[in-house]
Design a protein around this ligand. Structure first.
Ligand SMILES: Nc1ncnc2c1ncn2[C@@H]1O[C@H](COP(=O)(O)OP(=O)(O)OP(=O)(O)O)[C@@H](O)[C@H]1O
Ligand SMILES: [Mg+2]
Length: 265
């Protein structure tokens, strides 16, 4: 992030505790407009906790979250979503029995202007909004694949893994966020699917140049390929920050990963 631009997101000494466990320990992270920040760290280092704090699922024990120049610490999840932070989850939260379009429309709910009562009373307005929503969903799907919009009425459960991940990303994008959080999008993918995912992320970058992205990944190839800057966590602390090359070569980062390798062996 250039020193001249104001960050879209900034955390200051962000801390999350679960009983005696400090899952996030005084973390300072800033993301600029249009920037893609990679987050790495061994299992249990606090990466998902960081996202859960940013999206209002966990209430920080201490510290601050400033988004779009506004203090959002302690706001509820729906309020934060409405302000423009969207995410995908480490374990898919798609409703497999519902159609592709239904799954994406769930994501648009965060930004919809008509309430439920409104929709019943003024059906025409509801129908017009639904038409626009379907069009937007189809447009988002078309960014990733020519075939996907045509499968919009099929249950998500019938799609291959890579397309399901695309639907999840479209659902997050459907809310029109300014900050997109991706929690291990390549999880469960083979190398070909991972390469496609990286291409998809490059498309998002090109289509939405103002969008800021934070991506958690275990796949270093993905992190290196998509992030401009990387932060590394260990035991809830930020232990390194900088270019991928600098962070990957950082002594404490190498030790952190060595430690987990040894623990597994
Ligand atoms: N809701 C919770 N209640 C209690 N402990 C939690 C909760 N959520 C996370 N933790 C703990 O906080 C620590 C950080 O967990 P977190 O899920 O953030 O790790 P992570 O870096 O995302 O790991 P992974 O790479 O395995 O996804 C872990 O010790 C975890 O057990
Ligand atoms: Mg996690």
């Amino acid at each position: 992030m250039s020193a001249m631009t104001a960050p879209i997101l900034e955390t200051r000494r962000l801390t999350v505790r679960f009983g005696g466990l400090v899952a996030l320990d005084g973390v300072d992270v800033a993301v600029g407009p249009g920037e893609t920040l990679g987050v790495i760290g061994p299992n249990g280092s606090g990466k998902t906790t960081f996202f859960n704090a940013l999206t209002g699922l966990y209430t920080p024990a201490a510290g601050e979250i400033v988004f779009g120049g506004r203090r959002v610490t302690g706001l509820e999840a729906h309020a934060i979503a409405r302000l423009g932070i969207a995410r995908t989850f480490q374990a898919s939260r798609l409703c497999l029995a519902l159609s592709v379009f239904d799954n994406i429309l769930i994501g648009m709910h965060a930004r919809r202007t008509t309430g439920l009562a409104d929709s019943v009373v003024r059906r025409w307005r509801f129908r017009r909004e639904m038409g626009a929503a379907l069009e937007r969903a189809a447009h988002l799907l078309a960014l990733f694949s020519r075939e996907l919009p045509g499968r919009g009425f099929e249950p998500v459960g019938q799609l291959p893994q890579i397309d399901r991940r695309r639907v999840e990303i479209c659902r997050a994008l459907a809310a029109g966020p300014t900050l997109l959080l991706l929690d291990e999008p390549s999880a469960g993918m083979n190398p070909e699917e991972t390469a496609e995912l990286m291409r998809d992320l490059q498309i998002v970058r090109a289509e939405m140049p103002g969008l800021s992205v934070i991506i958690i990944e275990h796949d270093m190839f993905v992190i290196e390929g998509v992030s401009g800057r990387v932060v590394a966590f260990n035991y809830g602390r930020k232990i390194a920050e900088g270019s991928f090359a600098a962070v990957a070569a950082h002594e404490e980062v190498r030790q952190a990963y060595l430690g987990t390798e040894r623990a597994r062996a």
